[in-house]
Ligand binder design. Structure first.
Ligand code: HEC
Length: 116
């Protein structure tokens, strides 16, 4: 009986770990943006700083994996690298841009560049 109870506890714990993991995966996705709009917006709002020779250097969706884009966005890393440069970008437009980056990231099903 005791070992039966223990295995029950164990499967409960395993289930908890699995569900926490699933939540983790669900959170590690950029969702809700419009990637088509994002592609156009990226040319308008990012490209002038992100071409070869410009201050930000070359940057395309392929610059990062999906997980890296997610972390870059959620941890507000651009603000650390180039403070204030995203301030004028509307948050809804930014999510569209991030959706485009994410959907076409290096490890995405459809890797793409910004036409560079
Ligand atoms: C006003 C100029 C400017 C604009 C606009 C700008 N960036 Fe940047 N970005 C920079 C600078 C400067 C850096 C830091 C480059 C470095 O560290 O060498 C940077 C860094 C980055 C990096 C980090 C690259 C790495 O090595 O991890 C990414 C990704 C990035 N920018 C994406 C974007 C996106 C997406 C947009 C548009 C929403 C954007 N940037 C708009 C100037 C800009």
């Amino acid at each position: 009986m005791k070992s039966c109870l223990n295995s029950l506890k164990f499967s409960g714990l395993a289930l908890l770990i699995v569900s926490l993991f699933a939540i983790g995966i669900a959170q590690a996705a950029i969702e809700g943006g419009d990637a088509k709009k994002g592609k156009i917006l990226a040319k308008e709002k990012c490209k002038y700083c992100h071409v070869t020779g410009a201050e930000g250097g070359t940057m395309t969706p392929l610059s990062k994996t999906q997980r890296q884009w997610e972390r870059f966005y959620s941890k507000d890393k651009h603000n650390k690298k180039a403070p204030g440069t995203w301030d004028k970008i509307n948050p809804n437009e930014l999510i569209d841009i991030m959706q485009f980056m994410y959907d076409h990231a290096a490890d995405s099903p459809q890797p793409a560049t910004c036409g560079q």
